[in-house]
Design a protein around this ligand. Structure first.
Ligand SMILES: Cc1ncc(COP(=O)(O)O)c(C=O)c1O
Length: 397
């Protein structure tokens, strides 16, 4: 019997906890505490910026408060402003679009690739023209966007690409690190991410002038190596603290081993899940050389689970002991403040315009990456819970 109906859960022990931390984080934090330099003037933020940029294979890293501010700074550094069009995906976390709206720009949505999670690069190629000011693809759950046509569109029309890499630390697409392919990459270190300091963000890039502008925007408009009131920009105080950088330097040392473990466990899960009929594990696209598997994304097939909502399936999975969530239940153009904003600018999305984003929002559920940090017992429990739910789907209707 399903646990949600009073049966025994598949799993009653917890999965590995997140975040993972130890002596290294403790020592780094204490060293900042004892130095008395907790903000401006310390060395940790500078060191972290350099080390993370090196990890992503970029020349510069500009640390900041969080992933949302990283995206906003990147768009502002490119001069994106009122009325500018930015090609992006409607199937992502709110922040990817909210920064576009905050700058008064217009998100030009294109659909998700069929059966996948990311923006359809073929449609990006078809939508970009000389009037578009930026392309903002998102590497959902750590799955790299198929970048070839995105880059072709970028080069053909001279439109810069800003990668939303908030969920893709250490991912690689055809041998290149995510966050180094576009003109800028934006990462988040919010608490659920695969490396975290509770909150935090960084912009990775190669262009020295843009790096200078991003640093200035993060630091009240002050360009590096200039005096406070010599600035030519109005910026923000979006600075990272020394404490955050200290934790992140330690977290970065753990990342590769954790990525390898998650990749191994994901392959094992994919092998087990092959016999499922109601659920489909979404695999990263061809060309993916590496992914941190920030999210395990699972499609609950609408044809199989007739009359059972995604919410109900997620509740059933949670009752079985699996940390599942409904993910993003609506494409962003249906999120009321964005819908109103689009309508205000004369944009109405007609039903059926984005079938793949609608299907993803209706059918994809997320399981947190910590389930892949254990061993084969954890992997089997995820599979057994999915199998049990599909076998008892009728009880959920
Ligand atoms: C795809 C995506 N973009 C942007 C963000 C914003 O990052 P933050 O929460 O650090 O502001 C997040 C995460 O929260 C995200 O998942």
């Amino acid at each position: 019997m399903l646990a949600i109906k009073g049966g025994k859960p598949v799993r009653s022990e917890p999965f590995p906890s997140w975040p993972v931390w130890g002596r290294e984080e403790e020592e780094m934090l204490l060293s900042v505490l004892r130095s008395g330099v907790w903000g401006l003037g310390g060395q940790m933020v500078r060191r972290f910026g350099e080390e993370f940029a090196g990890y992503v294979r970029c020349r510069y890293g500009v640390p900041c408060m969080n992933g949302t501010t990283a995206l906003k700074i990147a768009l502002r550094a490119l001069g994106i402003g009122p009325g500018d069009r930015v090609v992006t995906t409607p199937y992502t976390f709110l922040a990817t679009s909210s920064v576009i709206l905050e700058l008064g720009a217009i998100p030009l949505y294109v659909d998700v690739v069929e059966g996948g999670v990311n923006i359809d690069s073929r449609l990006v190629w078809e939508s970009v023209d000389g009037g578009v000011k930026a392309i903002l693809p998102v590497h959902i759950g750590g799955h790299p966007v198929e970048m070839d046509l995105v880059e072709k569109a970028s080069k053909s029309f001279g439109v810069p690409v800003v990668e939303d890499a908030a969920e893709a630390h250490g991912a690689e697409w055809r041998g290149r690190r995510i966050g180094s392919i576009g003109v800028m990459g934006c990462f988040s270190f919010q608490s659920s991410k695969v490396m975290t300091s509770g909150e935090g963000g960084i912009i990775t890039l190669n262009d020295p002038e843009l790096a200078d502008t991003c640093s200035a925007l993060v630091n009240c408009g002050r360009r590096p190596n200039r005096d406070w009131y010599e600035g030519d920009l109005l910026g923000y105080n979006y600075r990272m603290t020394e404490f955050q950088a200290a934790i992140l330097l330690s977290q970065l040392r753990r990342l590769d081993e954790q990525i390898e473990r998650r990749q191994r466990n994901f392959e094992e899960l994919a092998r087990l899940c092959r016999d499922l009929e109601g659920f489909r594990l979404i695999r990263p696209p061809e060309g993916t050389d590496r992914t941190p598997h920030y999210l395990v994304i699972i499609q609950a097939d609408g044809g199989y689970f007739r009359n059972v909502s995604k919410q109900k399936i997620v509740e059933a999975l949670r009752a079985e002991g699996i940390p599942a969530s409904v993910g993003w239940p609506v494409p962003l153009y249906r999120f009321p403040p964005i819908k109103r904003y689009l309508e205000h600018h004369g944009i109405r999305i007609s039903p059926g315009e984005f079938p793949n984003a609608e299907r993803a929002a209706a059918e994809y559920l997320f399981v947190h990456h910590r389930v892949l940090l254990g061993d084969s017992r954890e992997v089997e429990d995820v599979y057994r819970a999915l199998k049990k739910i599909e076998q008892h789907a009728g009880d959920l209707a």
